[in-house]
Design a binder for this molecule. Structure first.
Ligand code: MRU
Length: 348
């Protein structure tokens, strides 16, 4: 990708404003945790891994001007900012994973005063950011093995460079397959209500030179029935220990169609997206968003004013419908509960 989704600078956290794509490629600078919270809520930055990295830097923004404080006050600000950022969005586990990792780094460096603790936290956030680049490339290479030369992959939402620091999970698999010399093309569905497929996936694949065909969400069945799709690869917001996977609303429908039409259905996500504390998908919290997202788009009404709306942002695909989960530590195959646990153990 010619662009980075986010970057940490002296001036603050710079984020591509994804609400403006594909029309405008602009960066928005967050200078406070409140700016980051708002950017997360409004999906200026979105996608589970990018949410994790942005929240780690968001925590730093709350501590930047507290380095001169006594250690106890610095620690109190750390705790408060961590709790606050965790309220931004409930489903992507990477947000909680990244913040808890920052808290653990501070705990481990407990003997340091505020300036030293800040430095430790800054290197931890940088490490989370760098590891994201690396894990996307690793999982991309594992996943590329599952695709054949000439395949057409259907993806849902955006699990690309824009959902990570710079490469992507589901689209990382596509990029790695293309880099290995395979001809791969992509069908991107629109992904109502917020059109991450149309606005973001179609845009970034276009920028990357990967052939992409845009379809409406209701064209997936026909595309599969006509044999246009060889594999489905999507990302994940949270994977339960048994393999049940929460991802963007509509993923479950795609999985059901893939099962019916015998199209392999793959999840691509770093191991940090596996929540080993959630036994099954039932314990994954699902975000519900504003009814206005369904009543219209971009300020334009597409439904009667005030009509009742149900707007869950994610759904859960049961483990038994998933052919494999591609992680940065290897490919987990059914039985997913055992293979994920084995990968988790290797990872420490
Ligand atoms: O609401 P969003 O745009 O944050 O939802 C994003 C998704 O559902 C992605 O598929 C998921 O986070 C994986 S991103 C690599």
């Amino acid at each position: 990708m010619p662009v980075e989704t986010l970057r940490w600078t002296d001036g603050g956290l710079e984020l591509i404003d994804q609400t403006k794509l594909p029309g405008e490629l602009t960066y928005l600078t967050c200078r406070t945790p409140e700016d980051v919270h708002d950017a997360l809520r409004r999906l200026v930055v979105r996608g589970a891994p990018a949410i994790g990295v942005a929240s780690a830097y968001g925590l730093l923004l709350g501590l930047k001007d507290k380095r001169e404080l006594p250690k106890a006050d610095f620690a109190a600000a750390l705790g408060e900012t961590a709790e606050y950022l965790k309220t931004a969005r409930p489903t992507a586990v990477n947000l909680f994973w990244a913040i808890d990792r920052m808290l653990a780094a501070a705990e481990a460096a407990g003997e340091l005063e505020a300036p030293g603790l800040y430095a430790v936290l800054e290197s931890e956030a940088d490490a989370i950011c760098e590891e994201d680049r690396e894990s996307c490339r690793l999982l991309g290479r594992f996943g590329a093995e599952l695709l054949k030369d000439g395949d057409t992959v259907l993806t849902h939402c955006n699990a690309g460079a824009l959902a990570t620091v710079d490469y992507g999970t589901a689209l990382g698999v596509v990029y790695a397959a293309v880099e290995s010399g395979k001809q791969i093309s992509v069908y991107a569905d629109e992904t109502r209500p917020l059109l991450q497929g149309a606005r973001l996936t179609a845009w970034e694949l276009g920028e990357s030179g990967v052939p992409v065909t845009l379809i409406c969400d209701d064209m997936v069945a026909t595309s599969m029935a006509q044999g246009r799709i060889d594999a489905v690869v999507v990302g994940a917001d949270r994977i339960a220990a048994n393999g049940d996977t929460a991802n963007k609303i509509g993923t479950l429908g795609v999985a059901i169609l893939a099962q019916y039409y015998l199209v392999p259905f793959y999840i691509a996500a770093p191991l940090s997206t596996v929540d080993f504390g959630a036994a099954t998908g039932e314990s994954i919290p699902i975000e519900e968003r504003s009814p206005d997202e369904v009543r219209g788009f971009g300020g334009q009404a597409t439904a009667p004013d005030g009509v009742d709306v149900y707007n869950p942002a994610f759904d859960v695909t049961p483990a038994h419908m998933i052919n494999a989960i591609i992680t940065d530590r290897g490919v987990a195959r059914p039985p997913l509960e055992e293979s994920l646990a084995a990968l988790g153990k290797e990872d420490g």
